[in-house]
Design a protein around this ligand. Sequence first.
Ligand SMILES: NC(=O)c1ccc[n+]([C@@H]2O[C@H](COP(=O)([O-])OP(=O)(O)OC[C@H]3O[C@@H](n4cnc5c(N)ncnc54)[C@H](OP(=O)(O)O)[C@@H]3O)[C@@H](O)[C@H]2O)c1
Length: 268
Amino acid sequence: MRELKNMVVAITGASAGIGRALAMELHRHGARLALAARREDALTALNAELGGGHLIHRCDVALAQDCAAFIAATQARYGRIDTLVCNAGYGIARRIEEMTAAEWQAIIATNLYGTTDCIRAALPTMSTQDERDGWRAQVMIVSSCLARRSGPEGGAYSATKAAQLSVAEALRIELTDRRIAVTSVHPIGTATEFWEAAKTIGGRAPVRSASEPTQSAATVAQRMVTAITRPRPEVWPYPLARWVFGLATLFPGLTDRAVRRRWLRQTP
Ligand SMILES: NC(=O)c1ccc[n+]([C@@H]2O[C@H](COP(=O)([O-])OP(=O)(O)OC[C@H]3O[C@@H](n4cnc5c(N)ncnc54)[C@H](OP(=O)(O)O)[C@@H]3O)[C@@H](O)[C@H]2O)c1
């Protein structure tokens, strides 16, 4: 079991939602944190709430140089990186035919390259540092349950989340011999700024029915903390979702019909 006290955890997208909740939970356990996002004021406020002892770093993960600078600042401050949480991301509600080239580039730059650029920057340090509690380090990628199955107006977002899952699956095996764990996280709908941000960016809210279950960011963060102490390949904070989405991949035609019915009910 990995000890959380003094563990160095770098989190992207720590100014709100899941990343913020994770920072609060890890702080409670005595971890040393490096917190990144674009809104420096929100990071400063969070750090003050947590006693002011953590590193905050303004970072747009869509820019490779920002990712590299965040990882370098974490290494300079703490001398190692035990866990990197690639969490920064956003959604957009668009039919595939409506997505412009610029919108594709933007969402891939943030959700996918923001993940891979941080990982690439962190691996040299992670690969050479001493093992602690049986592991040299861990890469945790916040993907989504929608990595396994997409739906109307969610294709672009799901594509980035599926790409993150593929990265995690490959990387996990590539890094086994270095004792670096790789974990992907697959939340269902979570009560965060995500929905409002998607509406602001895309002009309309993502398709979602009022009857669908929702989790709190705190619940997702607690499940992530469990998987930081005991690394595992995947975290499904709402366990039933793993089975529902697994079945959906086995029965694509049936799932298409069910998802289409739901979409038509919700579309004015
Ligand atoms: N909420 C859900 O229903 C849900 C479900 C499944 C998966 N997820 C995933 O969970 C992750 C966190 O989302 P959330 O629900 O916590 O949403 P959120 O409340 O909107 O938080 C998103 C975080 O990402 C940061 N961020 C966005 N773009 C960024 C960029 N270019 N550079 C740096 N930071 C950036 C935001 O900070 P700044 O704006 O300050 O930069 C914020 O801290 C995302 O990857 C999302 O895809 C969410």
